[in-house]
Structure formats: structure tokens, C-alpha cells
Design a protein around this ligand. Structure first.
Ligand SMILES: Cc1ncc(C[n+]2csc(CCOP(=O)(O)OP(=O)(O)O)c2C)c(N)n1
Ligand code: SF4
Ligand SMILES: [Mg+2]
Length: 312
């Protein structure tokens, strides 16, 4: 049974007065993560909106020890920290439960610039949780494309709409044979909370990716962050799943789509509500380009179904 939003613990690790935009999905996700991890954790951040939002010592917006590291090194730095705390415990310099070592990293720092170090940490199965809050662009530097940007999307480096589909990084992480991989979404906080609790209690490398619709990059009203997150799941542009020791399970509402009990909504309305697809929708080849985006979603659903050995 999924934890309901009313059952989430009162503990707040994300403090008021931080520098995030109103309605920031990354900060909403982090708030839920904080409720699941509690205070005994060490946070590592690569350059991103999450760093810009946290403020400066001694007035940090996040209530953990926070380490700012360079873009490429989330995986390797977290590995170093987790080994250090294990050695401190062995030597009797750290008593009690070991802190959870986690990285809080954007899609730029995960899909692109940080992938090598993350892949190496996963191959070593170092005891860390890597969180990717995925706003599908390099938002902090003014919205450039990343490997997570979907096809058709306008960014400052894809002025006519991105021509390539996004990568499936959660699946790539699963191929590292790590014990826990999950996708989540800020519209489903109980589902996210449960996944973080599982990751916290699982030794080895864990990867959790949270879709984070950013009003600035996606161009919608900031009050609609949660609706936009939900719409992504309903049309199948974002699938909720988790894999424990390699076995994939889908979570509702994605489970209903994957099992064929409910059809995914057509992508058109989801696209029309985001300014980042405006130019594409107004272009002469709009029908063809929407069909390409729909094709990417349909292919991904079929592929994940097959990968999870689900027949409809
Ligand atoms: C090696 C390196 N290249 C570029 C930058 C500039 N930079 C800082 S934040 C950022 C964007 C990060 O994107 P992402 O990881 O998706 O996080 P978001 O900004 O979307 O929260 C960039 C390119 C940097 N700090 N270091
Ligand atoms: S630009 Fe987007 S991701 Fe960055 S702080 Fe604002 S809402 Fe959050
Ligand atoms: Mg980003």
C-alpha cells in the first residue's frame, strides 16, 4: 500500500527561505526525500538550480551537511565520502548508524557531464543513493538541451526543437546490476517517499530519478507544477517504475498503462500546455513532428513492457 501524503512525517530538511523559484519541482521532490531520509545524511550537489537555491553557509536552505562538488564528479565524490564514513566507523571514530550518503543532481549532472563517474560508482556498487531531479534541461544556466530533453523541445541550444529523443537513463543504470533503481514524480509524493525509504534501507548503489517539470524551462505557470507532472504520467511521457534486484515493477498509474488496462492519453494536450513546444506546434510540419513525439512515447512503452516481460 503506497504511503499517502497525509502520512508523511513532519520532519523538514528543506528549510523555508531558500532561494528556489516558487513551485520549484526539484525543491518539492527534495522535501519529500528529506522526510524519507531524515537528518542522518550527507548531501552532495553538483552545479545546478539546487545549488543556487540552497543559499550560503551559515544560512543553508538544506538541513544536512552539504558538499558542493564539480560537475563531473557526483559518483566519485559520493564514493569517497561513503568509504570515508565506513572507515571512520571501523576505526571507532563514528558511532551509531552510518549516515546515508546521497547526491542531489540535475539531469545535466547525471545524463551528460556526470555519467562516467556515476557509472563507475554503480559498477563498484558503492553504498550511495544518486538522485537525479530531471527538469529535462540545464535550467540554472538559462535552459540548454541535455540528454534528457525530449524530442521537439525548444531550448536555447535547440532553437528549432530538439531533433533527437531523450535517453532512458534509469534503464541504463539498471543495466549496471545495481540493487535498486526507481523513477518518481512530484505529483506522487507517497510513491516517491516509499521509494526513498527502500533505497535508504538497501546496501549498494541506488538510483532514483524524479521528473521535475520546471515552469521556467517548460514555460507554463508555476502554480501548475503538480498538474504538469501528473499529465506527463497520464500520457506515458513519464513512466513510474522500480526495480529491486533487477526485477521491474510498474507503479500506478503507469502500471495500468503498461498492463493495457488503461490507454495512455494522446500526447497533444500535454505538449500544447507547454511553451517549450510552441514553435513546433505552430510550424508547417506540426502534425509530423507531434507524430514523432507520440512515436517516441509509444516505442518506450512497448520497450519497457518487453524489458519487464509483461505481455498484454
Ligand atoms: C564543468 C562545468 N560546465 C558548466 C558549468 C556551468 N553550469 C552550472 S549549472 C549548469 C546547469 C546544470 O544543469 P542540470 O544538471 O540539469 O541542473 P539544473 O540547472 O537543471 O538544476 C551549468 C551548465 C559548470 N559549473 N561546470
Ligand atoms: S529554474 Fe526551475 S528547477 Fe530551477 S529553481 Fe526555478 S523552478 Fe526550480
Ligand atoms: Mg536540469
Amino acid at each position: 500500500m503506497t504511503t499517502s501524503i497525509k502520512q508523511l512525517p513532519d520532519i523538514e530538511q528543506v528549510l523555508s527561505g531558500n532561494g528556489a523559484c516558487g513551485g520549484c519541482p526539484a525543491t518539492m521532490g527534495l522535501r519529500v526525500v528529506g522526510k524519507a531520509l531524515g537528518s542522518n545524511a550527507i548531501m552532495l550537489l553538483t552545479p545546478s538550480c539546487a545549488v543556487a537555491s540552497m543559499g550560503m553557509t551559515p544560512k543553508l536552505g538544506y538541513n544536512w551537511p552539504c558538499i558542493n562538488i564539480c560537475f563531473a564528479s557526483a559518483g566519485s565524490s559520493a564514493s569517497g565520502i561513503t568509504h570515508a564514513v565506513e572507515i571512520m566507523q571501523e576505526k571507532g571514530r563514528l558511532q551509531g548508524e552510518l549516515p546515508t550518503v546521497f547526491t542531489w543532481t540535475g539531469d545535466g549532472g547525471t545524463y551528460d557531464i556526470g555519467f562516467q563517474a556515476l557509472s563507475a560508482a554503480a559498477e563498484r556498487n558503492d553504498n550511495i543513493i544518486h538522485f537525479c531531479y530531471n527538469n529535462e534541461a540545464y535550467s540554472n544556466t538559462g535552459v540548454q538541451r541535455s540528454g534528457a530533453t525530449p524530442r521537439g523541445c525548444f531550448t536555447t541550444t535547440t532553437p528549432t526543437g530538439k531533433r533527437q529523443p531523450k535517453k532512458n537513463l534509469a534503464l541504463l543504470m539498471l543495466e549496471h546490476n545495481i540493487p535498486y533503481v526507481a523513477t518518481a514524480n512530484v505529483a506522487y509524493p507517497g510513491d516517491l517517499y516509499d521509494k526513498v525509504v527502500k533505497a535508504k534501507n538497501t546496501p549498494g548503489t541506488k538510483y532514483i530519478e524524479i521528473l521535475a517539470p520546471c515552469y521556467l524551462g517548460w514555460q507554463f505557470d508555476m502554480s501548475e507544477t503538480v498538474q504538469m507532472s501528473r499529465a506527463a504520467v497520464r500520457c506515458g511521457a513519464w513512466l513510474l517504475w522500480e526495480a529491486e534486484n533487477g526485477k521491474i515493477n510498474f507503479n500506478n498509474p503507469s502500471a495500468r498503462i503498461i498492463s493495457g488496462k488503461k490507454a495512455a492519453e494522446p500526447v497533444d494536450e500535454y505538449l500544447m500546455n507547454q511553451g517549450r513546444f510552441n514553435r513546433l506546434l505552430k510550424g508547417p510540419d506540426a502534425t509530423q513532428r507531434i507524430a514523432e513525439i507520440q512515436g517516441d512515447i509509444d516505442r518506450e512503452i512497448a520497450f519497457m513492457r518487453e524489458r519487464a516481460k509483461i505481455t498484454v
